[in-house]
Each structure stands twice: as C-alpha cells, then as structure tokens.
Design a binder for this molecule. Structure first.
Ligand code: FDA
Length: 313
C-alpha cells in the first residue's frame, strides 16, 4: 500500500512546475547538491566525467540525456539535436557508445511521425559510429506505440536498438516478452517506474516481483543479451542461480542499475565476474526522473531534505 501511495504522491509532484523551478535552483548547484547523487550533472561534459569514473570501477555505462513529455515540435527538435551532439561528444571522448532515450522526448505526444523521424536521425548518426541505443519504456499509455515503433525500425534493419519491458504490466507476460524475444531483439527487464491502474498492472509489490522473477528466467535462457535491470538483491540472487543451473555464462546477459543506487551491489557483482551496466542520467530536465527515484524509496526523501537544509544554510 505504501508503495502505491508514495508512487502516486511523487508522480503528482513530478508534474509541478513550481517545485521543478525550486528544485532546479538548488538541486544541481554544487558538486555536493542533493540531486547529484542520482544525476550526473546538467552537461554532457559532466556526464562523460561520471561515465569515466564508473567505467574505472569495471562497470559498463549507458548515458541518458534527460527529457520527456515535450509539448511541441521545437522542443522535440531541440532534444534530437541534443542527442546528436551527445553522440559526437561521446565519440570524441572515447567512452563506451551506449545511449538510452525516451520517445516522448522526441515528440511522441505531439506527432508520431515526427518522433519516428527524430529517432531515425539519431540512429543514422549512432549506428555507423557503433552505438547501441535503448528505447526506454514510459507509462502504459505508450506501451503499444513504443513497441510498434521499435518493431518497425527493427524490421527496417535497425538492429543496434533494444527495448524495455515492465514486469508490472500484465501484457508483458501475456505477449510482449515472447513477441520481442521472437524478433531476436534485446530486452531490458524492469519492474516499472510508473503508477499504473489495476486494469493493466499488478498492484502488489509481491506480484510485480513474482512476475519479474518468472520473466527474468525466460529472458536469461531464451533472450538475447538480456538486461536484468534491478537493484533487488533477491532478484539478482535468483538470476545468478538460474543462470548457473542452466549453464548460461555470465557474458550472455548483464545486470543494470541506476547511477547512485546500490553502488555496493554493483561492485559486488563486478567482483563476482558479472557484467553490470550503470544508467547515467544527465541534463537540465532532471526533475521528473528524480521524483520517480524518490517515489521508489521514500528513505531517499530524508537524504534530500538533509541536502536542502544543508545547502540553504
Ligand atoms: P525495488 O523497487 O523492489 O527495490 C529493491 C531494492 O533496491 C530496495 O530495497 C533498495 O535497496 C533498492 N532501491 C531501489 N530503488 C532505489 C532507489 N531509487 N534508491 C535507493 N535504493 C533503491 N522503469 C521504467 O518504467 N522504464 C524504463 O525504461 C526503466 N529503465 C530503467 C533502467 C535501469 C538501468 C534500471 C535499473 C531501472 C529502470 N527503470 C525503468 C526503473 C524500474 O522500473 C524500477 O522502478 C526501479 O529499478 C526500482 O525497482 P527495483 O527493481 O530496483 O526494485
């Protein structure tokens, strides 16, 4: 119950323009600011620096230029150009070439064709440079269209892309996982960060977890470079055991975690010989992402309050 309540609360806050403005004033002001625990900075240079530090610990990375739900095509165009510049900066820097992005950032809410066009522009620059691009999954209103766009591009020969599926949604286990596996595409499995209605999603954490464990097993044995994206030690233990029992070598799948979350677990897995990829978000549009992280773990709120009190003093 607390899970659902805190998710709802932080999703409401995520939409507040006033709070977003206030947070922008404090959240990223100094290297010690509270949001920096989860967000690498506002510039690509800061993200690249964070990526180097993370890679120095034996971890893999994916960079995410934050942004979502743009409301006009100019903003979508700005985001697209932002990604093109990020691609160039990554190439110049020599860090690993791996990106994550959201379709509503590229204009999906405004005009689907333009969003597809923008994504193609990004893939045309990223593909020849050897990037892998992961399309994040947003709220359930976007599941169909996101999968449809993904599949269309896949069938047009864009194979250096991957998708995200959420164990919270009933449809994932009923059809989407099998469908994407049959395409031969790469899946990142997550529990799901959005508040969803009971008509489409499990409401109890235990049910989301159980579905996650079942689908994770399928992905490890039948998937293609499965990405097990969770900080949940129980899920990670099940994955490790399952892979060992089935003879699936650690280089055939990877764990993924968010920047600043469970760094201890990240290090432990690397030490044990697993591949772990850290999702490194950056950019000026960090507020909704940050609020979703707080909604997942209300204990983080105390961490933020301590940060704000410390900074305004
Ligand atoms: P769960 O929430 O059950 O937590 C298990 C344990 O993990 C907690 O007890 C705590 O120890 C730790 N933990 C979890 N979240 C924490 C936090 N914020 N701060 C500190 N500790 C925390 N979602 C989505 O809908 N679409 C997407 O595209 C993505 N993409 C994505 C990429 C990657 C790399 C990751 C790791 C996650 C996502 N997610 C996502 C988010 C995902 O759906 C989910 O909301 C979070 O990962 C939290 O769920 P967990 O599986 O980590 O476990």
């Amino acid at each position: 119950m607390l899970d659902a309540a805190s998710k709802t609360f932080f999703h409401l806050i995520a939409k507040s323009k006033t709070l977003k403005k206030m947070a922008s004033r404090y959240g990223m002001r100094r290297p010690t600011s509270f949001a920096r625990r989860f967000i690498a900075g506002e510039t690509v240079a800061e993200a690249i620096e964070a990526a180097r530090t993370v890679a120095g610990r034996g971890l893999n990375i994916t960079l995410d230029l934050l942004g979502e739900s743009v409301t006009n095509l100019d903003e979508a165009d700005t985001a697209t150009r932002g990604y093109l510049a990020v691609i160039d900066a990554i190439v110049q820097s020599g860090i690993e070439r791996n990106l994550s992005l959201k379709l509503t950032q590229l204009g999906l809410d405004v005009d689907k064709a333009s969003a597809i066009d923008n994504l193609r522009k990004i893939l045309e620059r990223a593909g020849p440079a050897g990037f892998f691009v992961r399309i994040d999954m947003e709220g359930s209103a976007y599941t169909d269209v996101t999968l449809e766009i993904f599949e269309t591009l896949w069938r047009h020969g864009y194979h250096e892309i991957g998708i995200v599926l959420q164990s919270a949604l009933y449809r994932t286990e009923q059809r989407d996982l099998a469908h994407v596996n049959a395409l031969g595409a790469r899946v990142r499995l997550v529990k799901g960060a959005y508040k969803e209605p009971k008509q489409v999603a499990h409401q109890k954490k235990a049910d989301v977890d159980a579905a996650y464990a079942r689908m994770m097993k399928t992905l490890i044995t039948d998937g293609h470079h499965a990405a097990i994206a969770t900080h949940d030690p129980e899920m990670i233990e099940i994955a490790r055991q399952w892979a060992t029992e089935r003879g699936v070598a650690p280089d055939r799948f990877e764990f993924q975690m968010l920047y600043g979350v469970r760094r201890d677990l990240q290090a432990m897995l690397v030490k044990a010989g697993y591949r772990v990829r850290v999702y490194i978000p950056f950019g000026r549009e960090w507020f909704p992402y940050f609020m979703r992280r707080l909604g997942e773990r209300p204990a983080n709120v105390m961490f933020v309050i301590r940060g704000i009190v410390g900074e305004s003093g």
